[in-house]
Design a protein around this ligand. Structure first.
Ligand SMILES: [Zn+2]
Length: 86
């Protein structure tokens, strides 16, 4: 799982790959007819959890929806390097 996610870091321009289904494939709820999939970005909020996991709040750059997701601490460190480029 981690290897798959790590590979994705090089090709993804957002954090959709760490969001649980269906948030990673869901369309934004917008009034116009443009169907776009959420593009999740880190909101800057995170929380340490039990079991060495980290909860991350993500915000969709298209519609502003906010959702929390969870990654391992190792993944979190990798993500922080990654999202400096977002
Ligand atoms: Zn959205």
């Amino acid at each position: 799982m981690l290897a798959v996610r790590a590979k994705s870091l090089n090709i993804m321009a957002n954090l959709n790959f760490i969001m649980p289904y269906p948030l990673n494939e869901e369309h934004c709820n917008r009034k116009d007819n443009n169907k776009v999939v959420h593009s999740w970005q880190p909101s800057g909020q995170s929380r340490a959890m039990i079991n060495n996991n980290v909860a991350i709040e993500c915000v969709c750059k298209h519609c502003g929806k906010r959702e929390w997701t969870t990654v391992t601490r190792i993944e979190y460190v990798m993500l922080q390097d990654h999202w400096l480029d977002l």
